[in-house]
Ligand binder design. Structure first.
Ligand code: EPZ
Length: 425
């Protein structure tokens, strides 16, 4: 199993190109099933989760061809409608195949994603929406089995929570339904806007994406299209936070500052000088230690839960005490114990609040990655720690951060990947 060994203490400095967004490309790959002709997707990041989604599409009979960061999905061979447990268990986003399969082929069987490391994550809102669209939904042998032999029909859906995946699944399903669908209390994340833009390029009629009410006028068929995936705002924010924690100075290219407002504001509160252009973000700490900043996660446009662990890690070496409140997921504080191993002073107060007292420095130690974003929290800790930190189980990081050691090294970090006893450059 690969480890990442980081020798901390160097401020991150230099220029970095942000990859395509993981949480955008996964629904877009699933959406390709809706079209009647090939869909060509550009700016695809090379990540384990993308490989998993491609394996799922091939398993259904789709042809997926790709070179470098462009992937083309051809759906004409799809002859199976089941996403098996073996693949779904490794990636919850597999459940996004449900909407497209149901809408295009009238049937879908997708293994129930179940709980995961960041707490229970139900799919009740997805299922409620599919039923409202006229599908028969059953749970059998750990699979969600849905059928709509005569097609889906437009309806009004009011979500109990603004779920990102639920909004995406229902949006995709509604594009081929008869009549108009209205999704209320929809999630507003930029990745939903990106998905809707791709669906519109296929000919779908969608209004209101990016607002809490989305209306979809169903049409009988969608055509092939080309789409360029938006930049990964979580990757961008993560490297900015890491730079701030190390008192660094970085410039991100191909970033999208408009999707990162809440994070940029908090980084400015921490003392960072930030300059933005439409596709470029520069951050400079002028060599200063960050100030502690309180954060509370919330659905977009609030502070993203996917950057909570990294920001908390920065707070562990900040001047002052901060409170970090997680409102989206239970159990998304597993990085606390591991950061404590590096000398951080952070404790839980109840289930949803962490109180972090900044210390002058951390010390390197062996730590264990637990989930994708928590793992990068440990990377931030390792980058500021004195001495070497070995982070075990970094397959979690490879799910969502493209070329992590290459990108960190480009910013001057002392980092190497070690597989077993063997170090690779
Ligand atoms: C997406 O997950 C992201 N994943 C997550 O990123 C992200 O943390 C999350 O949205 C929140 O922003 C992808 O886009 C692939 P939700 P998703 O449905 O869609 C509750 C990462 O690290 N809920 O918006 O699974 C749920 O329990 C990942 O890149 C229901 O109650 O998240 C949670 O409390 C991790 N019923 C809240 O809603 C439902 O049917 C938000 O979940 C669905 C969700």
């Amino acid at each position: 199993m690969d480890k990442l060994v980081i020798r901390g203490g160097t401020p991150l400095a230099g220029e970095l190109t942000v990859s395509g967004a993981k949480n955008s490309v996964l629904p877009i790959l699933a959406a390709a099933l809706l079209a009647a002709a090939p869909v060509r997707i550009h700016n695809v990041p090379r990540l384990r989760d993308v490989t998993t989604m491609i394996a799922l599409l091939r398993n259904l009979g789709a042809d997926v061809a790709g070179e470098d960061t462009t992937v083309e999905v051809t759906q004409s061979g799809v002859s199976r409608f089941r996403a098996p447990y073996e693949l779904v268990k490794t990636m919850r986003a597999s459940f996004l195949l449900m909407g497209p399969l149901l809408a295009r082929f009238g049937r879908a069987e997708v293994s129930l994603p179940g709980g995961c490391a960041i707490g229970p994550r139900p799919v009740d809102q997805h299922l409620k929406g599919f039923e409202a669209l006229g599908a028969q939904v059953e749970l059998e042998d750990g699979y969600v089995k849905a059928r709509a032999p005569r097609g889906l029909r437009g309806c009004r859906i009011v979500l109990d929570v603004p779920t990102v995946g639920g909004t995406e699944n229902l949006l995709m399903a509604a594009t081929l339904a008869r009549g108009t669908t209205r999704i209320e209390n929809a999630a507003r994340e930029p990745e939903i806007v990106d998905l809707a833009t791709c669906l519109a390029a296929m000919g779908a009629r969608i209004h209101g994406h990016g607002t809490p009410v989305i209306e979809i006028e169903g049409i009988p068929a969608l055509r092939g299209c080309q789409h360029r995936v938006m930049p990964d705002r979580v990757e961008a924010g993560t490297y900015l936070i890491a730079a701030a924690a190390t008192r660094g100075n970085v410039r991100l290219l191909n970033g999208q500052p408009s999707s990162l407002r809440a994070v940029l504001e908090k980084l400015a509160d921490a003392g960072a000088a930030i300059e933005t252009e439409p596709a470029r973000i520069a951050l400079d700490m002028h060599g200063e230690r960050p100030k502690a900043v309180d954060i509370e996660t919330a659905p977009y446009p609030g502070f993203p839960t996917d950057m909570q662990a990294q920001f908390l890690a920065m707070n562990t070496v900040a001047r002052g005490t901060s409170r970090v409140v997680e409102t989206i997921f239970e159990n998304r504080f597993m990085h606390l114990n591991e950061l404590s191993r590096l000398g951080a002073d952070a404790r839980l107060e109840g289930k949803r609040t962490a109180v972090v007292r900044g210390v002058a420095r951390l010390r390197g130690a062996p730590v264990m990655a637990t989930d994708l974003r928590a793992s990068f929290g440990l990377v931030v800790g390792a980058l500021v720690a004195r001495g070497a930190t070995a982070i075990d189980r970094i397959y979690h990081i490879d799910r969502g951060y493209e070329g992590i050691e290459r990108k960190l090294a480009a910013l001057g970090a002392d980092v190497r990947r070690v597989s077993g006893d063997r170090a690779t450059p």
